[in-house]
Design a protein around this ligand. Sequence first.
Ligand SMILES: [Cu+2]
Length: 159
Amino acid sequence: MGTRSARASGGATIQQKLPDRRRSHCFSNRGRARWLGGLACGAILLLAGCSRPVEPAPFVSMNHEISPEPVRVGPATVDFRLSDAAGNPITGAQVGIEADMSHAGMSPKFGGAKEREPGRYQAHLEFQMAGDWVILLHITLSDGKKLERQIDVRGVRPN
Ligand SMILES: [Cu+2]
């Protein structure tokens, strides 16, 4: 995973930054001890990377609107805004849409969203059946961070 390799290489970088004087002063013992220590450190970091959640998710708030209202079987439009902790629009996000029904046995429908205005995104989808739906937004921010948001759409009406 990205985080894991970033941590491992971070450890290596710190080691390289240690002054060379010490290394040449007593290379045979200290150099090797440090090298082994570095390995142990790396292993610990790898283990920690496995058990820890990937990274604290960035703060992103989302407001959404679905039309038509009330939602019924057929085409629908989802408008949503992404903004940061300060309320500024989050631009340049790539957003994949996944629409699922809450009951088993239906395959999810996938689509994408387009950024219509800075921080304002729009997706088109089709509700094929009346009932309860869940829309998942798979969001990749411009810096590569990923997060998900869920929109519950209950009681889609028959057409
Ligand atoms: Cu269904």
